[in-house]
Design a protein around this ligand. Sequence first.
Ligand code: FBP
Length: 407
Amino acid sequence: MQSTTTSSPFYRLSSFQSKLQFFPSKTQLFPLGIPFYRQRMSSILGHGVRPLKALAGSPSSSSAGDNDDDGFVTLIEYVGKGGINVEDDLVVLLHHIQYACKRIAALVASPFNTSLGKQTGLGAVAGGGSDRDAPKPLDIVSNEIILSSLQKSGKVAVMASEENDAPIWICDDGPYVVVTDPLDGSRNIDASIPTGTIFGIYKRLEELDDLPKEEKAMLNSLQSGSRLVAAGYVLYSSATILCTTFGSGTQAFTLDHSTGDFILTNPSIKIPPRGQIYSVNDARYFDWPEGLRRYIDTIRQGKGRYPKKYSARYICSLVADLHRTLLYGGVAMNPRDHLRLVYEANPLSFIVEQAGGRGSNGKSRILSLQPVKLHQRLPLFLGSLEDMEELESYGDVQQKVNPGYEV
Ligand SMILES: O=P(O)(O)OC[C@H]1O[C@](O)(COP(=O)(O)O)[C@@H](O)[C@@H]1O
C-alpha cells in the first residue's frame, strides 16, 4: 500500500495552503500560462504516476481538477508566499538562477555539444586564443549563461565566478552578491560524467557602497561563508537536481523535463550521522600525510569507530560526489589545495551543515574561515558528523604535496 506520508517522493501542495491564490508573480513566472504548466500532470499521469492528491483521502484532497492543487510544489512556489516565504527579491533571483541552470542542463545533454565545443573539443579556445569564431568550452558558455541571467534579474550587485579573474560589478542597487562555479567537473564532460553548478548568495554590503567599484566588488565577494543567505548546487546527471538551503534546512528539487519545473522531492535532507563510504582520489595515497593514510587504512579494514569495512566511491565531480554523500552519508574529500573556498567550499559547506553534517578543511570549520583571496584553494572535507569527527581526530589529514597532476 502506498502511503501519503512525507516519505513519499512528491509533496502535497496542500501543505503549502493558499500559495496559488496568493503567490503574486505566478503569471510572470509561468509566461506560457498555467495550462502549459499543468501539462506536467498529464504527462506524468500518462506515465503511470498518480498525484498524491488522488492518494491522500484527506479532507483537503478533493477530486482532481477542481482547483489549483495539482499535488506538486515547484521551487518557485516553495520559496514564495505560503511556502518558506523568502524575500521577494530572492525569489526573483532564484527564478533567474534556476532558469540559467535549466539552460546549462540542456547544454550539457545536447547532441550539438561538439559544435559548441566541449572541454577538449576541436577548435576550443585555449587560453584566450586568437580564433574568435572557435567554439567555447562548456564551462565558459555556462558562465555566460549565468552572468546573463543575473544581469536580467536586476537583483545582483556583483557576481564572482570561478571562470573570471575578478568579480563583475553588475548593478549598484542589486541587493545580492552571487558567487558561482558555473560548471564544476567539466574536465570529465566529454565522457558525459555528471557535472554541476554551485552558487552562493550573500547580501550586498551597503556600508561599502561608496568605495570604487573594483574594491567593493572584491570585498563583497570575499565575505565569510557564515554570512551566506542561500546556497545551492544543481547536479546534471540521470536526473537534474537542484539542492538548496536558505538557512533553515536543505531541500532538493528534481527537474521535470516535460514542463521545465523543478519539483520539490525532498523538503528536508538529513545526512546520516554515519555513512560507510569514503570518497577521495586515492591514486594520491603516496602524496598523503600520515594521518590521512592511517584514517583511510583504518576505515577500509573496518577497524575504525564504526566496525564495518567502508566502500570507496569517487566520481571526480564534486557536486555528484557530494550529492551521493548527502544522501548516503560518509565523507567526500579532496585533501590537497585544489577546491576553492569562495565558489565551492563555502556554498557546499552551508548546504551540508544545514543537512546536519560538517564542512571542514581538516582542521577548522569552513564557514568560519575568512577568505583572503578570491580564488583561494584549500583542502575540503564534507560529510556525516561522526565520520568527520573521526577523520579530524587523525589531525594530519591535509595533503601538502600538490605536484599538479596530469588528469
Ligand atoms: O584531481 P582531483 O584532486 O581528484 O580533483 C577533482 C576535483 O576537481 C574538480 O574537477 C574541480 O576542478 P576544477 O575546478 O579544476 O574543474 C572537482 O569536480 C573534482 O572533485
